[in-house]
Design a protein around this ligand. Structure first.
Ligand code: KG4
Ligand code: ZN
Length: 409
């Protein structure tokens, strides 16, 4: 099984990115190698920007509109899109035979998506893939369902096995991906040894997870209120820096110059000294809100004051994240420490994470995903699916459901 080359098509719609990817995997659990044949991400940022956050029903509609074009592009780039020579594209409303009737049932609640899928399936041949993987949670239910139903429709029509994947497992597994141009298979640059302590930081989650092996997860701590990414998004809104907040805070913080700053700001580092592995970031957002109100009593907020607050807020989040990760790595005798999730794209977090862990735990391996695999994508879902394939964890497509609150353990 380990030598068998497997081609996986993955679909991800847990939030505001419609993503699909095809990867080739081989090597088994001991020496996994991944080659990314295509990795397409269609962002809905422009749609949600006027609202300052993701609007679930707009995300649902956008996923329904985007899924077929994204799949087409993904298969095309992977050189897997071939027209069906015998196809006669009929009006989907006239489709009667059983196979199409079942498709109609699977896609019953995806009104915009349904005709697009049926037309696509009539026009193109079954691609040469071995299995379909799809994110089944956690995420926004209205966003997850179109992806899950789409994957179910493809699995049923093409008669392919399907696996439902936990989005957070995908974020962790992004650390096993690396796309080096001109090399056939990526080889991990440093071996990943267990136990692993993994810090997941995204828009919806902030968790510390202990991994004794691939697929064996133990949640050791998590945020009691806002996630780190959510904190950045809310603080960016308070500062009028735009959406999405994480990159906006990072950009404003990068402009901060200590010497020129008139402002002396100190924000709290919530729960930094507690003896657990939990986090809390909502107080940080409230502290920024009061700080801004205070400043505005006597002066106008300037670009310089926004940068100063962004830099201090970013540093407060980084300090707490790294401090708790170090504590967990020491107490659980981690051999590898991993960073994962959208916030892992933050350059300052990446730099300080590596620097501090290398300094305090020089024998521990530190792994970060490539920046493009930190934020939501489908390659990470495919990588996670590969390890489930080895265990034959296939799901019956009829039983596959989305689960907005899916836990890792
Ligand atoms: O993992 P992700 O793409 O989606 C979720 O699963 O939530 O993470 C999105 C989060 C958002 O809160 C966004 O503001 C944050 O990741 N983010 C960043 C950066 N890029 C994205 N936060 C800080 N610095 C960044 N460069
Ligand atoms: Zn995510």
């Amino acid at each position: 099984m380990d030598d068998v080359l497997i081609k996986i098509l993955a679909i991800e719609t847990s939030c505001d990115e419609t993503a699909a990817a095809v990867i080739e995997a081989k090597g088994g659990k001991s020496q996994p190698h991944f080659k990314i044949l295509s990795n397409i991400v269609s962002s809905q940022i422009k749609i949600h920007r006027p609202y300052g956050g993701v609007v679930p029903n707009l995300a649902k509609r956008s996923h329904q509109r985007n899924l077929v074009p994204v799949l087409k592009k993904t298969l095309e780039e992977a050189k897997l899109l071939k027209k069906n020579p015998k196809s006669k594209i009929r009006n989907p409303k006239q489709i009667q035979n059983t196979k199409y009737k079942i498709l109609n049932t699977i896609l019953e609640r995806e009104e915009i998506l349904k005709p697009k899928v049926i037309q696509f399936l009539k026009k193109y041949q079954t691609p040469k893939i071995n299995l379909i993987a799809v994110t089944r949670g956690p995420g926004l239910a209205p966003a997850l369902w179109p992806g899950v139903n789409f994957a179910k429709a493809l699995a049923y029509f093409w008669q392919k096995p399907i696996i439902g994947i936990n989005h957070l497992e995908g974020h962790i597994l992004a650390n096993w991906l690396k796309n080096i141009p001109n090399t056939k298979y990526q080889i991990p640059n440093t071996k990943i040894s267990f136990p692993i302590v993994s810090l997941i930081v995204s828009g919806g989650h902030t968790q510390l997870v202990l991994m004794k092996d691939l697929g064996k997860y133990k949640l050791i701590g998590e945020t009691r209120d806002d996630a780190a990414g959510e904190c950045f998004d809310k603080v960016a809104r308070i500062l009028g820096l735009g959406y999405p907040g994480g990159p906006a805070i990072a950009a404003a913080a990068a402009k901060f110059r200590i010497k020129n700053s008139q402002l002396r700001i100190k924000l709290p580092r919530p729960m930094i000294n507690t003896k657990d592995y939990d986090f809390s970031f909502s107080g940080l957002k409230t502290a920024v809100l009061y700080l801004v109100k205070n400043i505005e009593k006597t002066q106008k907020m300037t670009a310089a004051s926004r940068s100063a607050i962004a830099a201090e807020c970013q540093q407060a989040v980084i300090d707490v994240l790294i401090s708790k990760t170090l504590r967990a790595a020491k107490n659980f005798h981690a051999k590898t420490v991993i960073l994962a999730g959208g916030v892992a794209a933050n350059k300052e977090l990446r730099r300080q994470f590596v620097e501090k862990i290398n300094k305090e735990l020089p024998t521990v391996i530190v792994r970060l995903p490539l920046a493009k695999f930190c934020t939501d994508n489908a390659s990470m879902i495919a990588a996670a699916a590969y390890f489930h394939t080895l265990k034959k964890d296939f799901t019956d497509w009829e039983k596959l459901t989305a689960d907005a609150n899916l836990r890792l353990i």
